[in-house]
Ligand binder design. Structure first.
Ligand SMILES: *Cc1c(COP(=O)(O)O)cnc(C)c1O
Length: 402
């Protein structure tokens, strides 16, 4: 074994020893409430395809049309010659959907976070993060070189303390105040709870900070027009940077930023993950456009309502009280990494696919089964889930988050 391979083996062994080893699993079917692995069908409670759009024919047809007209590749980055009409149509629709002056699409939500935060913030600035924000935002904040302060999850007092501390700061050698950017999610990806966006908006206005909200798990699900939780809480126009992904409820892939014309123009000029990367393939942009259209239609509304009903059933049967904001993400906290993995294996043996989410996705010792409900799940499929949970000792009334 070469020294390189020996080093890798020992690192992998350390990951295994902590119960944190991960493997890819090959899925041989489209995303749906049932998926096929190794010739066996599993009931799927793992997907973020909340509205069941990932295999919706309208999206596939839009992709095929885009391939027929524009081919498979986009040829270059957006600023060279890769800015094709499917990208531009997607961005016009996104701005119209979110009712912002402009929108910019990225190849993923991850790259939207990294490009945007690094374009806006630098070493003289301060980024204030909720403790549970997504890894893409944490990585972005670190890469930007700005000072990072973390407030306890959804803790407004802690947030205000940090904003007061920032108020007193001056950029070294000047009398200028640093820019302060607060970043949070609307619906938290691994807990399914929601941020108090109204109160956060109040605080950021009081202290002259900027606010970026990641609606990865809110877009398509909340508000009269399904723009997200910010719409439902009536604060969209107060959020400087509205971020989201096209890969979850929208059923395609990619990320987006919605905001002012100036914000988007600055990102086109300064967001390195946008500038130095080949444009997404035309099929991907076209699928996202079709996904947005579907989601905004009456069918999208009825899918959202179906999902809401399934969540209601889940919480009623599991003996969970009402949530402040309903959510498709319903974790069962296990604690130990090994125990979570063992339980997930037992569920799989019984034909139910639920991921065991572990460090570094969540804190050490807070491993969980992350159950996600989607609009396509039937009441019968839920009943099957409840039965199987019962057989692994996770019947109604067991320790659940929220
Ligand atoms: C999935 C996710 C992202 C990343 O989006 P991708 O399009 O999958 O790269 C960002 N933030 C949150 C909260 C997410 O759940």
């Amino acid at each position: 074994m070469t020294p390189f391979e020996a080093e890798l083996s020992s690192r992998l062994e350390a990951i295994r020893a902590q119960g944190l080893y991960r493997q890819l699993r090959r899925i041989d079917s489209p995303q749906a409430t049932r998926i096929e692995i190794d010739g066996r069908s599993f009931l799927n409670f793992a997907s973020n395809d909340y509205l069941g759009l990932a295999k919706e024919p309208a999206l596939a047809e839009a992709s095929i049309k885009a391939v027929e007209k524009f081919g498979s590749g986009s040829g270059a980055s957006r600023l060279i010659c890769g800015s094709l009409s499917p990208h531009c149509e997607l961005e016009e629709l996104l701005a119209d959907f979110k009712q912002t002056e402009a929108a910019l699409s990225f190849s993923s939500g991850y790259s939207a976070a990294v490009g945007t935060i690094c374009a806006l913030m630098g070493k003289d600035d301060i980024i204030v993060l909720d403790k549970l924000v997504h890894a893409s935002i944490v990585d972005a904040a670190r890469l930007s070189g700005a000072k990072i302060r973390v407030f306890d999850h959804n803790d407004l007092n802690d947030l205000e303390k940090i904003l007061q501390w920032a108020d007193a700061k001056q950029i070294d050698g000047t009398t200028k105040r640093p820019n302060v950017l607060i970043v949070t999610e609307s619906i938290f990806s691994m807990d399914g709870d929601s941020a108090p966006l109204r109160e956060i908006v109040e605080l950021k206005n009081k202290h002259g900070a900027w606010l970026m909200v990641d609606e990865a798990h809110g877009t398509g699900l909340y508000g009269l027009n399904r723009r997200g939780l910010a719409e439902e809480l009536g604060v969209s126009s107060e959020i400087e940077v509205q971020m989201g992904t096209l890969g979850k409820a929208i059923g395609a892939s990619g990320g987006y930023i919605c905001g002012s014309r100036n914000l988007v123009d600055l990102l086109i000029n300064r967001a390195r993950s946008f500038i130095f990367s080949t444009a997404p393939v035309p099929a991907s942009a076209a699928a996202a456009t079709a996904g947005l259209r579907f989601m905004r239609s009456a069918d999208g509304e009825s899918r959202r309502n179906n999902l809401k009903e399934r969540v209601k059933t889940f919480r009623a049967v599991r003996g969970l009280g009402p949530e402040q904001v309903w959510s498709a993400i319903q974790p069962i906290i296990i604690g130990s990494e090994t125990a979570a993995v063992e339980t997930a294996v037992k569920l799989r043996d019984a034909g139910v696919f639920v991921p065991a989410v572990r460090y570094p996705t969540v804190a050490r010792g807070a491993a969980r089964l992350r159950i996600t409900l989607t609009a396509g799940h039937t009441e019968d499929e839920l009943a099957e889930l409840f039965n199987v949970l019962e057989t692994v000792g996770l019947g109604s009334g067991c320790n659940e988050a929220k």
